[in-house]
Every structure is written in C-alpha cells, then in structure tokens.
Design a protein around this ligand. Structure first.
Ligand code: DOR
Ligand code: ZN
Length: 364
C-alpha cells in the first residue's frame, strides 16, 4: 500500500509490517475511579495522547470542582513520564446550573457536557429525565460554543432495546438540533445505520464517535453458544447490516466520524452475574483492534485521519505532534487482566490480533 497523502502534515506510513500514525486520541472513555482508576487510565494513556473522560462516576461529576479533582486523581495515578491529557466532562442533570457549566468551560476545566438520559446506562440514575428540562443549559452551551456529548438512547418500557437509538434521533436529537442549530453535538458510540445516515445528513456541527467493538461485533456475539456477558454493552450491538454501515462510515474518510472507544471496564464478577453490567474494556488493544478492522476494509490508509485528525478538528484542538507505531505481529490477548484491585476480561480475550502496539514517540 502506498503512503497516503491527504495532507502534507500526515504522518501515516505503512511499510508493510510497520504502521506509523500521528498520535491518536480517544474521544470517549471511562477511566473509573478508586481502585480501578490506575489500571484503566494507564492503558488509555499508553496509546492515546488525550481522552474525553466520561463523568458517570458514583456520584457523577456535576461541578467544575469535581471535574478538576477527578482530573488530578487521574494524573496522580499515571506512571512517571506518561504524557496524557484528560479532557474533562460534566454530567448533565435535570437541575444542573448553567452558570457553573459555563464557568468550568471558560476556565478550561471542562471540555464538554454529557447527556445521559436517566436510566440509559451505568450510573445514569441522576441523568436527564426529559431533555426539555435542560433547554436553558443547552441555550447557554450553544451561546458559548461548548460541545454536547450524547448517549443517544431513549429509555422507556414501550421501546424495544434495539430501537432505542433510532427513536432518540427522532424524538430528542432532531428537536435539539432544530432549536440550537449551531450547537456542537457528538452522538457517541453509534450503533445503527439510522445514526450514520442522520449524522451524514446533518450540518457540520454534528459528529459521531464509533467504538472498536461496534465495528467488530453484532448482536449475535451476545448469544454465541450461550449467554456472553462480555459482549454486552450499551447501546447494545445491533444486526450485522448496522455493523456494516458503521464500518463504511468509519472508513469513509468523512470527518464527521471519529474514534471513541467507550472502553468501559467492569469487574469480571460484575459482568458474569444475574444482572451483568454493560461495558467492554477495549483500551489495552484499542488501536490494534481499529487497525485490524480498517485493514479488513482495505482502508488502513484512512486510519490516521479517523484516529488522530477528525476528532481534534471537531473539538477545535491542535493535532498531536508525536507518533505511534504498530507492528504487524501476532498478539495474543489474555483471557483475564488483573492487578491487586481488579480482574477484568478485556475485549478480544483469548483472540490473536494481527497488529501489536509498539509505542509512541512524543516528537515528530
Ligand atoms: O456499555 C457501556 N458502558 N455503555 C455506556 O454507555 C456506559 C458504559 C459504562 O460506564 O459502563
Ligand atoms: Zn460511554
């Protein structure tokens, strides 16, 4: 494959066995807190220069002070010399204070706000019960150009779990975009062809992240020979045709689609339970997983833009200057990853990946 030349700044080089990319960022990740934080944060900080850190802790991150304290805890647990910038988010609640959010944004602590519809996912009980309740907050965010990140699912006993995302587009996202036509919105971890089409048709203020796992699994993965809790995440994986639409979108070169792993670790026993948690821990081999998918789609030359350019451009941040390299070398992913505090089954557990992350250089 030829080195591609989408811009004269590109770092992407593929010599067959070595793939060099501009340092990527992860635009959606769960780093957790307490005993799990060091474990989760280190895996993300190894591969990514920056990450949008989700605020769904217990209790959630709803103030600037809480976001600042969480950022400090993240930086404190990282090994000496790891260069990593956590980009902090605030968790929207029905009664969140718009001024508090605006102060956090103008003070450089908050990068964005996250909308979790109440009950949609892990620690979302304090989320928004009706999007109309946060209209004044959205108005304020619109006026200061603060991005809104959305978990795009409607939760109602009347709506089939596989339809939650499509219904959200119609009943929540469309009215938000209509009333706030310039609001920058990221539709996170999209799982359907409906979302791909919705994002493509919208203005340049709407973008979407795509996870490594939704590019690889469809809903059958949850039921392969038995119940497979480690393939359960939210939004839940959909039919194969939706996964194919996501693959087309991710590899299309359309800057509205960029990398966000939604890596979401849960303890093994909390996944393998009568009421298992949603989330897939993909951070340890995230970039390798994306590389494998892009290679399968014959689009390895588009990985760099998806992983390292489109996200920062959308957020109005500079591109990273360093590079990472991946070696074409079989990599066995362990069945279990653990330390003194955690036991986690990672994404791709027990599989052999074709690429191996080699490391990063912090300069060009
Ligand atoms: O699978 C998921 N896990 N989806 C989410 O939206 C949240 C996440 C988590 O925090 O566990
Ligand atoms: Zn998430």
């Amino acid at each position: 494959m030829k080195p591609h030349g989408s811009s004269d700044q590109t770092f992407s080089r593929d010599t067959g066995d070595l793939l060099i990319l501009r340092q990527p960022d992860d635009w959606h990740v769960h780093l957790r807190d307490g005993g799990m934080l060091a474990f989760a944060a280190d895996y993300t900080a190894r591969q990514f220069a920056r990450a949008i850190v989700m605020p769904n802790l217990d209790p959630p991150v709803t103030t600037t002070a809480a976001a600042e304290a969480y950022r400090t805890r993240i930086l404190d647990v990282l090994p000496e010399g790891r260069r990593f910038t956590p980009l902090m988010t605030a968790y929207l609640t029905d009664d969140i204070d718009a001024e508090e959010i605006a102060r956090g944004f103008s003070g450089g602590v908050l990068t964005a706000c996250k909308l979790y519809p109440a009950g949609a996912t892990t620690n979302s009980a304090n989320g928004v019960t009706d999007v109309r309740k946060i209209w004044p907050v959205l108005e304020r965010m619109h006026s200061i150009d603060m991005p809104l990140l959305v978990h795009g699912e409607v939760v109602s006993p009347d709506i089939d779990i596989f339809d939650r995302e499509a219904v959200f587009l119609e009943t929540v996202l469309a009215p938000v975009l209509e009333d706030f036509p310039g609001l920058r919105v990221v539709l996170e971890h999209i799982t359907t062809d409906d979302s791909v089409q919705f994002v493509e048709a919208a203005g340049s203020n709407l973008a979407a992240t795509i996870t490594a796992h939704h590019l690889r699994i469809d809903r059958n993965a949850m039921f392969e020979g038995g119940l497979r809790p480690h393939a359960y995440c939210l939004p839940v994986a959909k039919r194969r045709r939706h996964r194919e639409a996501l693959r087309r979108a991710a590899t299309s070169g359309n800057p509205k689609f960029f990398l966000g792993t939604d890596s979401a670790p849960h303890q093994k026993h909390e996944k393998e339970s009568s009421c298992g948690c949603a989330g897939i821990f993909s951070a340890p081999t995230a970039i390798e997983s994306y590389a494998q998918t892009f290679e399968e789609e014959d689009a390895l030359d588009r990985l760099e833009a998806f992983a390292s350019e489109f996200g920062p451009r959308f957020y109005g941040l500079p591109l990273n200057e360093g590079t990472v390299s991946l070696q074409r070398q079989p990599q066995n992913v362990p069945e279990l990853m653990s330390d003194d505090h955690v036991r986690i089954v990672p994404f791709h557990a027990g599989e052999t990946l074709r690429w191996r992350f080699n490391g990063r250089t912090d300069q060009r």
